[in-house]
Design a protein around this ligand. Structure first.
Ligand code: ATP
Ligand code: MG
Length: 557
């Protein structure tokens, strides 16, 4: 897998590759270490995929490794289910981490670092309320002021911090702050909070700790402990870089460096775990892996391939400016890859019976290619008979001149089979069309056609005698607007009510009976599909990954 990813390398360097190449050229490092640091408070989404491809991509390209570090410093929102989900998703995307690590494993070390800062008179215990702290911080144009707690002696601070750890104080009663500069132009440098009291159960450390480190105190120190050379995060952490460097400098520990790149968001969906959780909790979707979700789990269930997601991340690239990528780009990447690998199969969604009045063969087997894009794809057998189904909307009783499908007196080719002609339309008492009586041309067999008849249309079909019913879920975008998170009102106002259309009974050719998980199919003229994990042999369910063409662009939506 690794080799395959290497082969996906592109020509021009992104700005982070330039930084790494310069560092290597200057002899700063022999190899690099990056990390992917998810907070296990939800499943990974397509935005995370960008960060994964970037971090793992760099260490694959330049040598070294990428740690998977769970940033589990917030006990309240984190769960083991998410840890397992995140690991599965990264592996499925095709990446291997060097080490599986947890910020919570560093709690003791981080505590020691805090003690070091206190001893250096660079940290103090503050009893102010969060409102008081905010008020004393000043504004971007006004300096803040330091309160009298900052005058506490080293001994007093050490004792109070130890008591905080032991659980002697209630939540919010005290915090530990770094003593930096209350009039720093960068507000984050105004004595940032390093530790808060939280009597909460942690998914790994249980009830051992009553204090938890803040992001600013956990992240850079964890990077340093792991000897991360390039710590890559998103742009909102730019102002935190100063604290990051200050802490590493004062603690005199391994100098990791932080670099920032812009978030990549996808149109017509959300890329925030908190909002995605709301969709799950409020049952707008069936779960984190609902095929309409932009989660890796949802995309997998929908039929996206890891290759198509990596290709997407590569195409949208890495930059410094936040950017909303049109959902069409991801869909394009899916089509590109699925066209190469999907097995072609025929499924009729809305059947209209065709009887071939002059066909007398029994048990004739035709052959059809599994994938015209793949020279090694081979063929499959298709049985033929005098009773077939075609798609109801492939027939028109009164057809315009340029209608190349079936109409009375008109001829059309059945894919990989024969040319047929519609001779008679059979209707029930209320005038509904229930059957077409057609004749076939025996010398028009695909591949050995000597009929000389030229038809413009080719239809998919199934043999009425051996097709079987399947259920099809046709998915569409989950939101009707490009940026639901920033649209007026609540994002739930913009949920696409038609994002799932269920076709309870479609008729499939027998070859689909052996479909397995994560096998990809193109249902001819319909789109790309994959088996839903909720399928049973009695009721096979297929999910539409993407249509064959971009119907959104055409509709101007
Ligand atoms: P969310 O708002 O969805 O919870 P997050 O940034 O809080 O996102 P983390 O679990 O902290 O989620 O993210 C792990 C890594 O993935 C971080 O380095 C983060 O910067 C990166 N990341 C998250 N969302 C995106 C995105 N949309 N584009 C690029 N990188 C992202
Ligand atoms: Mg986060």
């Amino acid at each position: 897998m690794t080799e395959e990813i290497k082969a996906e390398e592109k020509k021009s360097l992104n700005f982070l590759e330039e930084i790494v190449e310069a560092d290597l050229a200057a002899g700063k490092y022999q190899s690099i270490m990056t990390r992917f640091p998810p907070e296990p408070n939800g499943y990974l989404h397509i935005g995370h995929a960008s960060s994964i491809c970037l971090n793992f991509g760099l260490s694959l390209k330049y040598g070294g490794g990428t740690n998977l570090r769970f940033d589990d410093t917030n006990p309240v929102t984190e769960e083991t289910e998410y840890v397992d989900g995140i690991k599965k998703d990264i592996q499925w995307l095709g990446f291997e981490w060097a080490n599986e690590l947890y910020a919570s494993d560093y709690f003791e070390q981080l505590y020691e670092y805090a003690v070091t800062l206190i001893k250096k008179e660079l940290a103090y215990v503050d009893d102010s309320t969060s409102e008081e702290i905010a008020e004393q911080k000043g504004t971007p144009t006004q300096p803040g002021r330091r309160n009298h707690y900052a005058e506490r002696t080293v001994e007093e601070n050490l004792r109070l911090f130890e008591e905080m750890r032991q659980g002697k104080y209630r939540d919010g009663e005290k915090v530990l702050r770094a003593k930096i500069n209350m009039s720093a132009p960068n507000m984050i440098m105004r004595d940032p909070i390093l530790y808060r009291i939280k009597h909460a159960h942690h998914h790994r450390t249980g009830d051992r700790w009553a204090i938890y480190p803040m992001y600013d105190f956990a992240h850079g120190q964890s990077d340093s402990i792991e000897h991360i050379t390039h710590s890559i995060c998103t742009m909102e952490f730019v102002p935190h870089r100063e604290v990051y460097d200050w802490l590493i400098g004062k603690l005199e520990i391994y100098p990791s460096h932080q670099y920032e790149f812009a978030r990549r968001n996808l149109s017509h969906t959300l890329t925030s775990k908190r909002k995605l959780l709301q969709l799950v909790n409020e049952k707008y979707v069936s779960g984190w892996d609902d095929p309409r979700m932009p989660t890796i789990a949802g995309l997998r269930r929908r039929g996206y391939t890891p290759e198509s997601i990596r290709d997407y991340c590569e195409r949208i690239g890495v930059g410094k400016r936040d950017n909303m990528v049109d959902a069409g780009v991801l869909e394009f990447c899916a089509r590109e890859h699925l066209n190469k690998i999907a097995l072609r199969r025929m499924v009729v969604f809305d059947p209209l019976k065709v009887v071939l009045t002059n066909y007398e063969g029994t048990g004739e087997h035709l052959h059809s290619e599994n994938n015209p894009e793949d020279p090694d794809g081979g063929t499959r057998a298709l049985s033929f008979s005098n009773e077939l189904y075609i798609e109801r909307d492939d027939f028109m009783e009164e057809a315009p001149k340029k209608y190349f499908r079936l109409a009375p007196g008109k001829q059309v080719r059945l894919k990989s089979a024969y040319i047929i002609q519609c001779d008679e339309v059979v209707k029930d008492a209320s005038g509904n069309i229930i059957q077409l009586n057609c004749s076939y041309f025996a010398n028009s067999k695909s591949g050995e056609d000597t009929s000389g008849i030229h038809v413009k249309g080719t239809l998919h079909w199934v043999n009425a005698n051996d097709c079987f019913p399947i259920r099809v879920n046709e998915y569409d975008r989950l939101f009707t607007v490009e940026d639901p998170a920033n649209a007026e009102g609540d994002f739930t106002d913009y949920i696409n009510k038609d994002s799932l259309k269920i076709i309870g009974q479609a008729f499939a050719e027998p070859a689909l009976k052996t479909a397995g998980p994560e096998e990809r199919f193109q249902f001819l003229r319909k789109g790309y599909f994959t088996l839903d994990p909720g399928s049973t042999p009695e009721q096979m369910i297929f999910n539409r990954t993407v249509t064959l063409k971009d119907s959104w662009a055409k509709a101007g939506k």
